[in-house]
Write a protein that binds this ligand. Structure first.
Ligand code: GA4
Length: 331
């Protein structure tokens, strides 16, 4: 008989469970960034799914492996050590609680600003003798992933035939860009499967507020995306590729031509899932509105103009699953 600890039971009562969905996303768009047709493939994938897998990139695999090793090292520390890097306000270590409004999941994480000077000290202090190794692994990885994200946004602009080709990438390239980075650990959860045959939610359904998100995970499954017909499909993991997500701000900039994708992560019953995600956001004072070249007549403009700061503020007042763009739509 499986005996659940009291604390596990308490968590299961608040964290949502789902009947396992066996549907694997077999048509996942796979884009070779070096293919001469990549620009049109990216546009098609962003229009149809708001999501794609990117292969043949130049991010060294050893950068992914070293950062994953650092993440494992951190998450293997005792709870009291990890707690010293918390709470996430919004940066720092968090466990089970996601955001400030009562969302919870079977997860622990480190949320960092991509500018290491911001809010990183309490995290680095936990690495005691080797904070520089962690910091350098994060920096090397982020530098390469950012370069790749710029390239993807430039290819997207080419594919959309908008000019200049850096009209999107400059927003996340700006030195004041408000981008962040998260290391997630979804511990395995064998008890729940045995008890009820259901899956436990690791990170609940949501869209990312930023422009673009770049995810890399180890080879443990769990990521699901929601298709336009509202069905959820599982994305097979691939530790040497990246998965890219259109965020809400890119939906607005493209006047809804690209759509941000709802996604979630389910905890695995047997294996730990480790993921690292770069969220490319614009500077806080940047005005976000549909690009004029993507709006033929003024009446076709779907969104009101807002600053990234206003959007972020409203996101932090919302629950994870809320439809955050609703209040910025024109009627
Ligand atoms: C979702 C995307 C990123 O992980 C994140 C998340 C943030 C958080 O975990 O602090 C939010 C969530 C995310 C959207 C709505 C708000 C803010 C939790 C939450 C309930 C770091 C982000 O930028 O927005």
């Amino acid at each position: 008989m499986v005996v659940l600890s009291q604390s596990a039971l308490e968590h299961f009562s608040v964290i949502k469970t789902y009947k396992p969905s066996s549907c694997v996303f077999s048509e996942i768009p796979v884009i070779d960034i070096k293919n001469p047709e990549a620009k049109s493939h990216i546009v098609k994938a962003c229009e149809e799914y708001g999501f794609f897998k990117l292969i043949n990139h130049d991010v060294p695999l050893e950068f992914m492996a070293s950062l994953e090793a650092q993440a494992v090292k951190f998450f293997n520390l005792s709870q009291s050590e990890k707690d010293k890097a918390g709470p996430p306000d919004p940066y720092g270590y968090g466990s089970k609680r996601i955001g400030p409004n009562g969302d919870v999941g079977w997860i622990e994480y480190l949320l960092l600003n991509t500018n290491p000077e911001i809010n990183c000290q309490k995290t680095l202090a936990v690495f005691k003798d080797s904070p520089q190794i962690f910091r350098s692994a994060v920096e090397k990885y982020i530098t390469e992933v950012k370069k790749m994200a710029y390239e993807v946004l430039e290819l997207a602009a080419d594919g959309l035939r908008i000019e200049p080709r850096n009209v999107l990438s400059k927003l996340i390239r700006d030195e004041k860009s408000d981008s962040c980075f998260r290391l997630n650990h979804y511990p395995p959860c064998p008890e729940l499967q045995t008890l009820s045959g259901r899956n436990l939610i690791g990170f609940g359904e949501h869209t990312d507020p930023q422009i673009i998100s770049v995810l890399r995970s180890n080879n443990t499954s769990g990521l699901q995306i929601c298709l336009r017909d509202d069905t959820w499909v599982s994305v097979p993991p691939d530790h040497s590729s990246f998965f890219l997500f259109v965020g809400d701000a890119l939906q607005v900039l493209t006047n809804g031509r690209f759509q941000s994708v709802k996604h979630r992560v389910l905890a695995d019953t047997m294996k730990s899932r480790i993921s690292m995600i770069y969220f490319g956001g614009p500077p806080l004072n940047e005005k976000i509105a549909p690009l004029p070249s993507l709006v033929s007549k003024e009446e076709d403009c779907l969104y009101k103009e807002f600053t990234w700061c206003e959007y972020k503020y409203s996101a932090y007042k919302s629950k994870l699953a809320d439809f955050r763009l609703g209040q910025f739509e024109k009627n």
